[in-house]
Design a protein around this ligand. Structure first.
Ligand SMILES: N[C@@H](CCC(=O)N[C@@H](CS)C(=O)NCC(=O)O)C(=O)O
Length: 206
């Protein structure tokens, strides 16, 4: 049995849930409270971040590794771009920039009042550099690295969505129309809709 400890609104957990659902591996999703993490999750992974996958005893507690594991089980639409090493390198570089650089700008922008060294538009402009780059890629093809989704689209989308949702009016008036279309399509996709559906509350009295 596979279990994923997850938090619905966590972007790292979102990308793991998308990859697991796409791979069609059966997984029980356990929605955790980040303020009261379950003891069985902490016993598997002491660092206390979600997502954590328990794949039949193998514990994976990094979202990118969970994606790799899922795609190794089943990758029907070639999210790994397995015959295109150049695209694979670009995917790795985009994910690295997202996780190490853009994510920092996103946090500063979203919580600008906590970082009074600079006014909010400064942080937004720092993040915008990445948006511009992605829009450039999407001018060439429908998804970031091909005409079909790849793991780069899945890994980045929850973070771009968060950035866009800090101020939807601002995002809507930017010149990044390809990125806007890409994000709308990803948000409206069956895959994303399914992984964001609220699970029925498990009720202690059955
Ligand atoms: N590098 C980790 C990051 C995961 C992460 O930071 N998750 C956040 C929630 S979005 C978390 O669990 N934070 C711990 C907490 O809030 O207590 C991954 O990719 O899985």
């Amino acid at each position: 049995m596979n279990t994923l400890y997850s938090f619905r609104r966590c972007p790292y957990a979102m990308r793991a849930r998308m990859a697991l659902r796409y791979s069609a591996v059966p997984v029980q999703i356990v929605e955790v409270s980040l303020k009261a993490k379950p003891a069985d999750m902490l016993a598997l992974s002491a660092k206390g971040t979600v997502p954590v996958l328990n794949a039949d005893g193998q514990v994976i507690d990094e979202s990118l590794q969970i994606i790799d594991w899922a795609l190794a089980q089943n990758d029907p639409q070639d999210w790994r771009l397995k015959d295109d090493p150049a695209a694979q390198s670009l995917a790795a570089a985009l994910i690295e920039e997202n996780d190490q650089v853009f994510k920092v700008h996103l946090n500063h922008y979203k919580y600008a009042e906590r970082y009074p060294q600079f006014p909010m538009p400064h942080y937004r402009a720092e993040g915008e550099v990445f948006l511009r780059r992605l829009d450039g890629l999407l001018q060439q093809q429908r998804y970031l690295l091909a005409d079909h989704p790849s793991l780069a689209d899945i890994a980045l989308m929850p973070f771009i969505r968060q950035f866009a949702h800090v101020d939807r009016d601002w995002f809507g008036q930017t010149p990044y129309q390809h990125l806007q279309g890409w994000l709308d399509g990803m948000i409206e996709s069956a895959l994303f809709t399914q992984i964001m559906a609220k699970q029925p509350d498990s009720h202690p009295y059955g």
